[in-house]
Design a protein around this ligand. Structure first.
Ligand SMILES: [Zn+2]
Length: 207
């Protein structure tokens, strides 16, 4: 419980983006406080470990599911009402029996899951749009169906959030998101990248 006070909760406001991954919001909130995501994640008792890319970097399509106590901690950290988070974050109200019931249900807990197993495929948000809306030079990750993977405003293709390392790590994006995002729980629904045609296949190169 004491860990919940490790960060002066709510001193800085971080507003969620529509459809954003909870893990992405935690990452941005950490950045607001000038902290690494790993540091802020200590606010929750994590029941499992995130998986990593072969190169060691954390996967950007990893999602975090919280229990009721954990949701309150995130709301405090972001300085917004839980209802605001519930409206914006598809995974926020997802129940995970492993952490929602039992003797320790009152402890703020988190579990890593593959985003696709929680609320669908995830993609990196447009960097320019994210900067405009949040004032942060961070890549947000959002749930987005494949047919909506274009930022019309900036004429950019939005890459799969699991396409971080290797060839798909587009200039800057891969580096920034690797290590910041998080990892996936392979027990979720198999390797997230294996879901659907084109999940790992060739993607249009960003301009
Ligand atoms: Zn854009």
């Amino acid at each position: 419980m004491a860990s919940g006070k490790a960060v002066a909760a709510g001193a800085l406001r971080t507003v969620p983006l529509a459809g954003e991954l909870t893990a992405s919001l935690i990452n941005r909130a950490a950045d607001r406080y000038g902290l690494a995501a790993a540091h802020v994640l200590r606010l929750w008792t994590c029941r499992n470990s995130p998986t990593r890319h072969d190169g060691g970097g954390l996967r950007a399509d990893a999602e975090v599911v919280l229990n009721e106590a954990g949701r309150r901690v995130l709301a405090e950290l972001c300085g917004v009402e839980p209802q605001v988070l519930a409206r914006a974050l598809p995974a926020f109200t997802v129940q995970d029996a492993e952490i929602s019931t039992g003797r320790e249900a009152a402890v703020a807990q988190a579990r890593w899951r593959a985003a696709v197993a929680v609320a669908g495929p995830a993609a990196f948000g447009c960097r320019l749009c994210t900067a405009r809306r949040t004032g942060q030079a961070l890549r947000a990750v959002r749930y987005l169906p494949r047919w909506r993977r274009v930022c019309v405003r900036h004429g950019r293709w939005l890459l799969d959030a699991d396409a971080v390392g290797g060839a798909a790590g587009q200039a800057g994006a891969g580096r920034a998101d690797e290590g910041r995002g998080a990892a996936a729980d392979r027990r979720g629904a198999g390797a997230p990248g294996s879901v659907g045609p084109g999940a790992r296949g060739p993607l249009p190169r960003p301009a």
